[in-house]
Structure formats: C-alpha cells, structure tokens
Ligand binder design. Structure first.
Ligand code: ATP
Ligand code: LTN
Length: 331
C-alpha cells in the first residue's frame, strides 16, 4: 500500500523560496511514491486580518504555484480547504478533545500573538484545525518546514488521545517529514538571520517571493545582510547570514558547501551574491512561466474542483467515523 501524504500552505501572501525549499519542493518529489493531498489552507489564513479580495486571489495563486512547482494534478489532489467542509467540522470535534494548556505552549501562537493588539480565537485554535486537516486523510507523512514540528506533535497527541479513549485506531498517527536546516528545513530572513523567512513579514526585503521579477530578486539578494569577515564558509553559529545564503545557493545549484567555499575563495561577498541572484532568477524562471500559463480563465478552478471532489470522499468517511464515536447524531 502506498503511503498517504498531506500538507497545507496558507494563502497569507506571496509564497517565498522558504516555502519552496522547506516544503513544496518535497511535495513534488513525494507524489510519485505516495498518495498525495495538497491543500491551500485559506481558513488558516483567516486567523489574522486579510483583505477579502486579496485572499481570494492569493488562494488561486498558491494553487497555481503548486502546479508550477511540479505537483501534477493528475497524480495528486490539489484543493482549497474551505471547499471541503469536513475540515472545519472535524476541527470543532477535535477542539473539544484538546486542552487550553497544550495550545498555550505553541511557540508560533506566542510569537504571532506578541506582534498584535487583538488576537483572534482562531489564531489560538489554529493548530487544532491543522490537526483536523491531517487526521481526516489517514495521513502517514506530513512534509513541512521545521517551524511546524510542534504543531505536528499536537496532531499526533490528539490522534493518540482519541485512539486511547476508544481503544481502537480512529485516527492514523502521522509522522513529520522535515528537511534538516542545511537542506531547506529552515530558510532564514535575508534581513535578520535569527528569524525565519516568512511570506507575511512586513519588510519585503526579508524574503524572495517565487513570483518576484528578476530585478527585484537581484536587489533583495544584493541587500541581504552578511558579516564583516568577507569569507564564504558554512558556520551556522558564527556566520548565520552567510550560511543561510549558502544553503539557498547549494539547493539551487546542487553544489556542496565545500564546493561553494572553494569556488569563492578569495572573492568577496559581491561576486557570491551576484551569482546567487542569477541562480535564483534562473531557478524561478520556469516556475513563473508556468504560473503565467495557468492564469487562463478557469484553468486552475478546474483543477481545484477535481481535487476537492477526491478529497471530499476521503474526508467524509473519517468525519462520519469520528462523529459516530463521539455520539454526534446523524440520520
Ligand atoms: P506566514 O508568514 O503567513 O506564517 P509562512 O511563510 O510561514 O506563512 P506557511 O503557509 O505557514 O508559510 O508555510 C507553508 C510551508 O512552508 C510549511 O510547511 C512551512 O513549514 C514551510 N515554511 C515556511 N517558511 C519556511 C522557511 N523559512 N523555511 C523552510 N520552510 C518554511
Ligand atoms: N500550519 C501550516 C499550514 C498547514 C498545514 C496543515 C501543514 C495547515 N494545515 C496540514 C501541513 C499539514 C503552516 O505552514 N503554517
């Protein structure tokens, strides 16, 4: 039996190379060995204020980027979370199994809550909706970046709690699939190597969006922070900014850290950044071309409809089972 893979990406802005290297690149790789579901989690994006028209546009753009990054809609189900109401329904059932204490420990919640005056209830319960996404599909593997590790742990805890209560496997207990930091698991901000690159960051110079035009990519990389040593070598502790640029270089070129160090021995950061910018532009070019092709009216909607139909079937069965177990009447 093929393994089941599920992952989600929020349409909370324009996808970055962090999203690509940490998660989406692996989606495309896994699809030929596993039965895959890839979801644009628009309900998660609502946990912080969104402009409604912008959110609709971003939702379709993320789906287009999934396809442009190599996810084949004839192989994997690509769909929008709100098109399968079972996600929100199971989320409520799971909220009633989760504890306030465990949600209060979520570091992403603490970080995001700190940055705003009004914190929505949805931002607090966000990880439970994520658990519902995953558990609805009997998921074995969840490809995500390192920042999602704690959320995944919660999904596992909730699954085990329900299974223990009913002494049977109501939910499959999912495993994380996270690349190591030097392979894209955590791409850092170009302006502050202590923070992860994030598509909803205020300063656009901190990230490279997959749809950024070449001149913008060049400018952002040339103005990325470095250090005063002027030597290109990988040292996460002592040289976090340069090491982050090297990870991006390495993943886009296939070169090892040692090869990169050798290549730039005696050359300053200027040449390295110039080449990295070129490499990034070249890597993103085919993705951007594919997105443009998918912008024909109705093209992506067709793919998403088909994906939602497939997802709905699997999800409805698990939701029914869970409702029955908890005593939620249906007739
Ligand atoms: P937001 O800024 O709105 O919180 P985000 O950029 O963190 O969004 P998500 O939609 O939360 O993006 O994440 C989509 C996927 O990309 C997740 O699997 C997440 O772990 C991964 N990811 C996000 N940022 C990075 C990063 N900087 N490095 C590696 N993976 C990342
Ligand atoms: N919380 C995730 C997005 C997400 C997700 C999921 C990822 C929502 N539901 C299910 C994997 C599986 C994030 O990337 N911030």
């Amino acid at each position: 039996m093929k393994k089941r893979v599920f992952s989600g990406v929020q349409p909370s802005g324009s996808l970055t190379i962090g999203n690509y290297l940490g998660a989406i690149r692996n989606f495309a790789r896994l699809q030929y060995e596993a039965d895959c579901y890839f979801c644009v989690v628009n309900l998660h994006a609502l946990t912080v204020p969104q402009d409604p028209e912008e959110l609709k546009k971003n939702t379709l753009d993320v789906a287009r980027l999934f396809v442009a990054c190599g996810i084949d809609p004839n192989v994997s189900a690509i769909f929008v979370q709100s098109q399968v109401p079972a996600h929100a329904e199971l989320s409520w059932l799971l909220e009633c199994q989760g504890y306030i204490g465990e949600l209060k420990r979520m570091t992403q919640f603490k970080d995001k809550a700190k940055k705003r005056e009004n914190v929505s209830v949805g931002l607090f319960t966000y990880p439970v909706l994520m658990a519902a996404d995953i558990l609805l599909y009997n998921t074995d593997l969840v490809p995500v970046g390192e920042d999602q590790k704690q959320h995944l742990e919660l999904a596992r805890d909730l699954a085990l709690r329900v299974n223990n209560r009913f002494r049977e496997e109501v939910f499959k207990v999912p495993e994380p699939y996270i690349p190591p930091k030097n392979s894209g698991g955590r791409i850092m901000s170009l302006q502050n190597p202590a923070e992860k690159m994030s598509k909803s960051a205020e300063n656009p110079k901190s990230y490279i969006a997959l749809l950024d035009p070449p001149e913008v990519i060049q400018k952002k990389i040339m103005s990325a922070v470095t250090d005063s040593e002027a030597v290109i070598r990988y040292d996460e502790e002592a040289k976090p900014a340069v090491s982050n640029l090297m990870v991006i270089y390495s993943l886009f070129s296939g070169k090892t850290m040692e090869e990169i160090t050798r290549l730039y021995a005696g050359k300053g950061y200027g040449q390295f950044k110039k080449d990295l910018a070129e490499l990034t532009v070249e890597t993103l070019k085919p993705i951007q071309q594919k997105v443009a092709e998918l912008s024909a009216p109705g093209a992506i909607e067709e793919i998403l409809k088909k994906g939602a139909e497939k997802a709905e079937e699997t999800a409805a069965e698990k939701l029914r089972l869970c409702q029955d177990k908890l005593g939620v009447l249906r007739f």
